[in-house]
Design a protein around this ligand. Structure first.
Ligand code: XMP
Length: 535
């Protein structure tokens, strides 16, 4: 299959470049800057990403571009563009002031392939501290902005371009067109990477890989494991056994509802209600780390007990997705995120790992889920932590506290689903580009608050009590904190700015309907320095 290689120099937007290329129905891989696959015949083009470094820093990444330049079409973005200038003998210097934000591009060559089909809207997004001050002899300036003379260049007679701005960022209005021009027109992508082709191809591969073996998969109710299960079910049917463990700290009715969904999807699922064991082992424990350890240990025990009953199981399937595996670089060049571990399964089961979604980004997983006919509410579910509500109850865990939190959380999540916001222009385009299903009417889309945010949930502050008054009664009960964040990968997150009328309604509903709660607060901390979960 044809592929574009994106060499990662550590920019925060490298993954975004990957997503944009995939949106052009073209397969791509993001690799560390020095790991170019010189022997891979399916490479059709190369993109060099941005970086937090300056090209003239001693510790900056300076891979040998021989074997890339002149052999493949190349697009350098920001640092990538500066690197090629330096490599070709030009000069890059500090820009005086770091330029960050919108700028307007003036094209010197409107007929340049890179700018093909451009309209007059010239807004681009800049984020750089250095600037190119002299191009090598064979490089030609093709665009400028008011403060950046060499905002884009092409190498004479070669399929090599550099842009100082970020075409992958949504604010570069014609960024997608620019990437299309490079990926499709220059590199010759056939654009045959789509959720339909992914499903067809992966089904074929899974059949071949697994043959007549049996496969075990742990379901969590989340999007990734559910899509992986449905895909495997399509490929190997009853050879797949899924295990869904209820530890008692799922959301209100979640075990019942998700089991029902799975059964409707034709999955072979064993649902295990192990809540008594978990509650018994957690009794009296309030230290967050200890709670997590107990839940992790119990989970493995319960899962293994079921897995061991499945004779001849040869494979353990997981819903690992691409961002779980990408080796992002931090500025010291160390890996900051690596492939998560399987953890805990008995070695004597000798299971091999099967990860059918390992090449997909989150939005692609959702598209594949739609392609497979899964219900929308399962596909758009927010991430939910493995230990469940246990990390959203401060202090020790009891079934009664879980019940209180389930009720408050249910009111909050339902309200987020019901509250629709109208969006238009840039905001609407961003939401649609992220794959959120919404119908457009008169240039506007209506999207629920739930679909606009990354993750939301309620937290029971059961170690805190405050005084309130209800009717003529004095109350002395617990507060509930509400959390909602926007994010793209959960590595960083911002608190979501929810409308006041929405918050007023939810607060009223929770205090009136949930016995044991007399106060509602909203968490306005971002990550970092806070985390998404409270424990
Ligand atoms: P934090 O709280 O670290 O959360 O900002 C980042 C993302 O990870 C989820 N999370 C977990 N997921 N097991 C999981 O499967 C866990 O122990 C766990 N802790 C946090 C969290 O919900 C958020 O999406």
């Amino acid at each position: 299959m044809q592929k574009i290689i994106i060499l990662d120099f550590g920019s925060q937007t490298t993954q975004l470049i990957g997503r944009r290329v995939r949106e052009l129905d073209t397969f791509c891989e993001i690799l560390p800057y020095n790991k170019f696959p010189h022997d891979d015949p399916s490479v059709i083009g190369v993109i060099l990403s941005g970086s937090p470094f300056s090209v003239y820093d001693d510790s900056a990444f300076h891979p040998d571009l021989t074997g890339i330049i002149g052999r493949y079409p190349v697009l350098g973005i920001c640092y990538g563009a500066q690197l090629m200038v330096q490599y070709g003998g030009g000069r890059v210097e500090p820009a005086g002031l770091r330029e960050y934000g919108r700028a307007n591009l003036a094209w010197m060559e409107t007929d340049n392939t890179l700018f093909s089909k451009f309209t007059n809207d010239s807004q681009v997004w800049m984020s750089h501290g250095d600037t190119i001050v002299e191009l090598p002899k064979s490089f030609r300036k093709i665009a400028s902005t008011a403060s950046v003379e060499y905002a884009a260049y092409q190498v004479e007679g070669q399929r090599i371009w550099g842009v100082q701005f970020h075409p992958e960022v949504f604010h570069t209005v014609q960024g997608t067109q620019l990437l299309r021009n490079f990926v499709v027109d220059v590199c010759g992508s056939r654009q045959d990477w789509s959720s339909a082709s992914f499903v067809e191809q992966t089904t074929r591969e899974l059949k071949k890989q697994i043959g007549n073996d049996r496969v075990i998969l742990g379901l969590s109710g989340g999007v990734d494991s559910s899509v992986a299960a449905v895909l495997l079910n399509r490929a190997i049917g009853r050879q797949l056994t899924c295990i869904f463990v209820d530890h008692g700290m799922l959301r209100k009715n979640e075990f019942r509802d998700v089991m029902h969904d799975y059964e409707c999807l034709g999955l072979n699922v064993i649902g295990v209600d192990a809540s008594r064991k978990f509650f018994a082992d957690l009794a009296g424990v309030s230290d967050p780390e200890q709670k997590r350890k107990i839940i992790g240990r119990d989970f493995v025990e319960v899962f293994n007990e079921q897995a061991m009953k499945i004779e001849d199981a040869r494979w353990l399937a997981q819903g690992t997705i691409y961002p779980d595996r990408i080796e992002s670089l931090n500025i010291t060049g160390k890996t900051i995120k690596s492939h998560h571990n399987v953890g805990g399964l008995p070695a004597d089961m000798h299971l091999q790992l099967c990860e059918p979604l390992r090449w997909l980004f989150k939005d692609e997983v959702r598209r594949v889920g739609r392609q497979l006919g899964m219900p929308e509410h399962l596909i758009t579910r927010h991430p939910f932590p493995g230990p469940g509500l246990a990390v959203r109850i401060l202090g020790d865990i009891t079934p009664a506290k879980v019940k209180i939190l389930q009720e408050a959380d249910d009111i909050y999540i339902r309200a987020l689903r019901d509250y629709k916001v109208k969006l238009k222009g840039d905001e609407a385009r961003r939401v649609l580009a992220a794959g959120v299903p919404a119908d457009m009417h008169d240039g506007e889309i209506a999207v629920s608050l739930y679909d606009q945010i990354w993750q939301a949930g309620a937290i029971l502050l059961s170690t805190v009590r405050s005084v309130g008054v209800m009717g003529d009664e004095r109350t002395y009960e617990h507060p509930v904190a509400l959390r909602a964040v926007t994010s793209t990968d959960a590595m960083t997150a911002d608190w979501a700015q929810l409308p006041y009328d929405f918050m007023a309604r939810v607060s009223n509903d929770i205090i009136n309907k949930v016995k044991g709660v007399n106060r509602v607060c909203y968490d306005i901390s971002s990550k970092p320095p806070a985390t998404i979960e409270w424990e």
